[in-house]
Structures are given as C-alpha cells and as structure tokens.
Design a protein around this ligand. Sequence first.
Ligand SMILES: [Zn+2]
Length: 266
Amino acid sequence: MEIFYLEKKMRDTTSLSSIAGVYWSSRDMEGFFIGNHHFITFIYESEAQAKRIAEKWGIEYFSEVNDKSMTVYYSTMGAGKGDGTNYIRINFSPGADRQSIHEIAKEDNTSYFSSDYDYQGHRAPYDLASPAFSSYEELMDAILESVSNFNAHFDAGDRVKYSLIDENCACIVNSIFKVLGYSSSDRQEMGEFWGVDWGEEDLISDRYLKAISLVGNSSTLELHIEGCEWEKLINEEHRVHFDTVEEAITQGYNGCHYCLNAYDTD
Ligand SMILES: [Zn+2]
C-alpha cells in the first residue's frame, strides 16, 4: 500500500477532498516525547459531513485554518483510562490530540519552546477494508459503531484492563481496523511510526467491538455477555437470550462477575 501522510499535506493544500479521510495517527506522549500515543483522526470532506457524523454519533468536531487559509474539520478518538479506573474507554478529541492537529496546520504553530505533540498520520484507504467500503463516510460510520460498542461494553462492566505495552491505545486502533477487515500486513504499515510504538500489533477480542449480546444461564441465573469464557460453558438447554440487562434482572438474573460486573450484586 502507498502511505499518505496527513502532516505532509495539511499546511499547503487548498482542497479539503484531497486530504479528507481516516488516519491511523500518533503523537508524542505527555512527558515522554519519544513514545507514541496512537489514535484515529477523521478529516471531513466538508463541514456538512462533519455535522452529519457528529450529530449521528453524539461527538464533537473541531477546525483548524491552514497556511492557505483553508478551514479543515476533524475529530479524533483514542483509548485512555476511563472514569478514574485502570480500564480502557475510548475518548473523543482530547486536548492533546487537538494540539497535535493544530501544530501541523500552520508553519508558525510549532516552536522550539512550545508544548510539543508532534503528529504523524497514515491514511487508511476505505477500499482496503474487507468487505470494502465505498467511501470514507461509510468507514467513519463503521469505526464509530465499533467505538460505541466498545464503550457500551465498558459501561456494562465488560472491560479491558489498560497495560502500557499490550492492551493500550495502539492495540485498540489495531483491533478496530482488524474487525473492519484490514489485513495484518496493511495494519503493520499503517501503524508504524517514527518513535517508540508499543502494542500496535496486539489485539483484543473482537467481542468488545461488537454489539452486546446477552446470554443467561437458567440454571444458575447468571447473566453473561456472549463471548465471556463462562458463557461458553453454559449447556444448550440452559441458554436464554435477552435483549436488555434490565429485562434479565427483572426475571431474577444477576450479572456475571467477569463480564457484567456493573450488574453483579451477589
Ligand atoms: Zn460472564
């Protein structure tokens, strides 16, 4: 694949459509400039597209004006520790990501003494997904669906513990592109940056990026998310499917300690 670098085109383009797309991105980490924080950047083809995506998924979009006086609209998303826990949640457009985009928009935005979040971004062509998407907007929708599934698992108590070198920001980006069908060789190229990367070839279970499917054990009255190791052990005659956690709880079920910890009351 041919790598398209956002940071090389951002300052001097006069055409939004030439840079619009989805980027596997990295920036310097706070307090450790040689290590990379990985995240995803959307560069919208128009403000109308930014509004459409933002309203559909309940996220914000931001803008920068480049050296050619063109306004660029974008959002970012990436893994961090959620709600004071040591477990991963996916956050949208945090200040440090926005600072890194800001610094590549104009020549005079970087200086030796500035707080420095050097940005690198490789565009992920939408047609390299399998099955292929037909536009970047379709790819953006699919990524946001995976992200919203991941956060729904977090909210239910089905969480991924943060680890600096394995289950981290880069591993989450890699896992999202994997469930969308990007090959491991394309992912290796897209996720390779100058500086130190950790976890960019690690993966979490696909289930965290898929819609929650609930399975109860009618014998023990334990409720699980499909894919939990304990769910796999339920005998066929004891398997009951539920649409919502509330419905199961009304019928006397209790959340599994491992996969539905937020609903474990005994
Ligand atoms: Zn479980």
